[in-house]
Write a protein that binds this ligand. Structure first.
Ligand SMILES: Nc1nc2c(c(=O)[nH]1)N[C@H]1C(S)=C(S)[C@@H](COP(=O)(O)OP(=O)(O)OC[C@H]3O[C@@H](n4cnc5c(=O)[nH]c(N)nc54)[C@H](O)[C@@H]3O)O[C@H]1N2
Ligand SMILES: Nc1nc2c(c(=O)[nH]1)N[C@H]1C(S)=C(S)[C@@H](COP(=O)(O)OP(=O)(O)OC[C@H]3O[C@@H](n4cnc5c(=O)[nH]c(N)nc54)[C@H](O)[C@@H]3O)O[C@H]1N2
Ligand SMILES: [Mo]
Length: 804
């Protein structure tokens, strides 16, 4: 989230689209209700199903799953043609005025630079035209035919209300009503907030769904504003912490990247990752990348990381391709993986094409699961009849189960969606032989290190040189790990201008502004610098004073970066420093710096200067044109789900689905077609269950006693299916059986001259636990993901339904 949970109360319009917050975020959703009840906000919902969120909304309309880009591009067109945007904001704070290269183009569904064999773009042409100094050319009159503004207008001109209704199945009048709601917030004193989650991300175009919304927020002038922003309601309670700490295969902590195999030395790696400014005098905060990186290496390797050995650069693994989970299971399926450590993850249940996942695990020599519960993954080799029909005798994988603790059985911090690090304290000792995850990993690490020290082996440096200075090495305390993540001064840190000592040798750092690239600081995660200072654990603070009334509570816990609650908050004021809306004043300029109700997100540049507020970008501006960042194009474009109920793309039949999405051999053949699988399947959550954990708890099992699927009344009538019948839902990859819930909540939609029906499939069942046995919903889902994030397409695929 650029903003935070409490801040939702400041919105005038809340649009729930691509999520079902009342159901999946029932506690945080109270702030949306707060906006509705105490701020007169309107709540609107756009979802293939009439959800629990829709039941408390002011307006609901359906959409065909997987078509939000068409819908949102239609909203962009509406705002542009009806002059409903914040013109001054767009001119000063977005890249609308920057000029794009002459060789950039878009034709028949493809952007310039496409290589069909590799299913990849050469993105060179997706860039600004640069002047002699390397800065982007600009036309502040917005008249240049190749300035972003005019390219955008041209790109979205195809998404008329009729086209939107034709692709999305949303009634045209409903679509226009949504446009009106949104357009009302283009004035300076109103903001809108979109609440989204997996309904947007779990598509082969997931990242672009979110981008289209972010572009709307930029047009409305909502970024940086209290009650505005881009707000991903995240999933597991610490999943924000997972990405902050870089637990993805190509990441390092604090959104740095792991070197690729092309970056053979420190210098080429740093050059590739340290941007140069694209406008004169721009802040371009990522120019500090070397300081963050060297400090991380000092945290990893301590005294062993020196200038002479490039801070241990050679010890880092280098990636050739992304090792996301789809890639990893594909490799496992090809028999290229011997052993797999599965920690807090249940891929048999949570991954697409369950039968492929089980076949892949069957090819391992060993599998280790680290989990407080018994999972379908740990018992993938057991035959459970129709639910898991495997030949146990033929599976040779040796499985080790290591019982771990749960969050309530340990101290630690959890980062919420709003980037707040909140410390929590252990409530209970772990039962039986369970150990916490840190102790299990430390135990494995220390044994491996001993073996490397005594017996040698390939690449021993990484393990032998790792710093491990915990007071109880076999069980590092969460407090010590948190202090290490924050970082400390390894020598006195001196202000180069004043000569003052900023941080004394050995002390915790107060801010990442003190990080150095000369080995005199260490920090395990630069964005967490400031969370554990010489004044102690900032995450444990519990002062909920709120002087501004905007809900920023700067004394409650700690938010990265630097305890800032609303990112890009300089954009809450106009270029002259006057707040767009005095009720939402976040900062003001006084005595040579910015101060206010939030921690300012800007340099000390005074009002009226041309430094852009989006200081993490090399041009300092919000991007209506995303340059070379995204795999499938700098503007969003509607592509059909890989399994499309239309069999075509109404906009460009030659390019149906995302041309840059990766598909493995065999998986394309496993895609179903609409002749055999005529209905759209979509999977989702229920409040009464949490993934695959709560089927181990009797009360949850009672609250939702049996696996079901939802079928619209019209389709059920056509197929002769009645409430409570057992039905078989099949895709080209397998089938599940469940009770039918016949409902008005799912409508038949008219799409591109045909009727499209949706089958709703909750995800929570399986064959382990105390709940009544069920089928794994992911038996049905396709093995394809978003082209940027590889998040699987769980929300739109093809199925058939029959009564059994
Ligand atoms: N009770 C409970 N809460 C949970 C969880 C849980 O298991 N149980 N899981 C947590 C986790 S890990 C996560 S990631 C979050 C997920 O939170 P959400 O994403 O809110 O939950 P989902 O139920 O997966 O999907 C939300 C909605 O997206 C809609 N949808 C599907 N496709 C589309 C589409 O193409 N366009 C639009 N506009 N909408 C679409 C679905 O109909 C559904 O109503 O929930 C978290 N909260
Ligand atoms: N079809 C379909 N599939 C989906 C989704 C969907 O919407 N539709 N949603 C996807 C999403 S968003 C998510 S997040 C995934 C979730 O997928 P998973 O993360 O695989 O599933 P969970 O059941 O949430 O958690 C996995 C295990 O973590 C264990 N665990 C809990 N606490 C701890 C701990 O402290 N330490 C350790 N070691 N283990 C712990 C639990 O006991 C559980 O068995 O599912 C994905 N799969
Ligand atoms: Mo999730």
């Amino acid at each position: 989230m650029t903003n935070h949970w409490v801040d939702m109360k400041n919105a005038n319009l809340i649009i729930v689209m691509g999520g079902n917050a009342a159901e999946a975020h029932p506690v945080g959703f109270r702030w949306a209700m707060e906006a509705k009840i105490h701020n007169g906000a309107k709540l609107i919902v756009i979802d293939p199903r009439f959800t629990r969120t829709a039941s408390v909304a002011d307006f609901y309309t359906p959409i065909r799953s997987g078509t939000d880009i068409a819908f949102l591009s239609g909203v962009l067109l509406y705002l542009l043609t009806n002059n409903k945007f914040n013109r001054e904001y767009v001119e000063a704070y977005t890249n609308a005025s920057l000029i794009v290269r002459e060789d950039f183009g878009f034709e028949d569904g493809l952007f310039s630079g496409y290589d069909a064999d590799k299913r990849k773009y050469d993105k060179t042409s997706w860039n600004y035209e640069l002047d002699e100094k390397g800065f982007a050319k600009r036309d502040t009159t917005l008249t240049h035919p190749r300035c972003v503004w005019n390219l955008l207008k041209h790109h979205v001109s195809r998404y008329t209300p009729d086209v939107v209704a034709d692709i999305c199945g949303t009634p045209k009048a409903d679509f226009l009503k949504v446009c009106e709601y949104i357009a009302e917030t283009s004035v300076h004193d109103k903001t809108a907030s979109f609440l989204y989650a997996l309904g947007w991300t779990q598509h082969s175009v997931g990242a672009q769904n979110i981008r289209t919304m972010a572009m709307i927020q930029l047009l409305l002038g909502n970024m940086g504003m209290a009650g505005g922003g881009v707000n991903a309601l995240r999933g597991h309670s610490n999943i924000q912490g997972l990405t902050d700490l870089g637990l993805l295969s190509q990441s390092l902590t604090g959104y740095m990247t792991l070197p690729s195999e092309k970056q053979t030395d420190l210098q080429s790696y740093l050059t590739a990752n340290t941007p140069t400014p694209l406008r004169e005098g721009q802040v371009n905060y990522w120019s500090n990348y070397p300081k963050f990186f060297v400090s991380l290496m000092k945290a990893f390797y301590g005294d062993k990381a020196t200038a002479e050995n490039s801070w241990g650069f050679d010890w880092l693994p280098k990636w050739d391709k992304g090792y996301d989970v789809l890639q990893y299971f594909e490799m496992m399926n090809q028999g290229k993986v011997n052993g797999y450590f599965c920690q807090g993850f249940n891929p048999v249940a949570s991954f697409p094409n369950k039968n492929k996942v089980v076949a892949s695990l069957s090819k391992l020599k060993f599998l280790v699961t680290i989990d407080p519960l018994n999972t379908e993954t740990a018992t993938f080799w057991q035959n459970h009849g129709e639910q898991n029909d495997v030949d146990t005798a033929s599976i040779q994988t040796e499985v080790f189960r290591l019982p771990s603790t749960c969050f309530a059985e340990e101290n630690g911090s959890i980062v919420n969606s709003g980037r707040w690090l909140q410390w929590h304290w252990k409530g209970q000792d772990a039962p039986g032989e369970a150990l916490n995850d840190g102790e299990i990993l430390a135990g494995i690490f220390l044994r491996l290190r001993k073996m490397y020290a005594e017996e040698g082996g390939a690449c021993p440096e990484q393990v032998l040189n790792m710093s491990w200075n915990y007071s109880t090495p076999h069980n590092p305390s969460p407090e010590e790990v948190a202090m290490e993540s924050n970082g400390k001064a390894l020598a006195d840190i001196i202000d180069p201008v004043t000569g003052d000592v900023l941080a004394k040798k050995g002390n915790q750092l107060g801010t990442f502004a003190h990080l150095r690239d000369d080995g005199t600081t260490s920090s395990g995660c630069w964005i967490f610098a400031g969370s554990w200072t010489p004044d102690g654990n900032q995450m444990a603070r519990r002062d909920n004073a709120d002087p501004s009334g905007l809900g920023n509570t700067l004394g409650w816990a700690w938010a990265w970066p630097l305890n800032r609650r609303i990112l890009y908050n300089r954009a809450s004021a106009d270029p002259q420093g006057k707040p767009w809306d005095p009720k939402r004043q976040l900062l003001s300029y006084a005595n040579g710096k910015w101060v206010g109700a939030d921690i300012p997100d800007y340099s000390t540049a005074p009002p009226g200067s041309d430094v852009g507020p989006f200081i993490m970008q090399p041009e300092g501006m919000g991007r209506l044109f995303a340059m070379d960042k995204l795999a499938e194009g700098p503007f969003p474009e509607h592509y059909e789900p890989f399994e499309t109920p239309l069999g075509t793309n109404p906009l460009h039949p030659n390019v149906v689905s995302n041309p840059a999405a990766r598909v493995f051999k065999g998986d394309m053949e496993a895609m179903g077609k609409k002749d055999k699988f005529p209905y759209v399947g979509t999977t989702y959550r229920l409040t009464e269950h949490f993934h695959y954990w709560t089927k181990h708890a009797l009360l949850n099992a009672i609250a939702q006693p049996e696996q079901f699927v939802e079928i619209g009344e019209k389709l059920a009538g056509k197929l002769g299916i009645a409430q409570g019948d057992t039905v078989k839902v099949s895709s080209n990859r397998g089938y599940i059986k469940a009770k039918a819930v016949v409902t008005k909540r799912i409508r038949t939609l008219n799409v591109h001259g045909q009727e499209v029906d949706t089958i709703g499939i909750p995800i929570h069942w399986g064959y382990e636990g105390v709940a009544k046995k069920g089928f794994i919903a992911n038996t049905l889902t396709p093995f394809v993901g978003d082209a940027n994030t590889q998040t699987p397409e769980f929300k739109a695929f093809l199925v058939n339904v029959e009564k059994v």
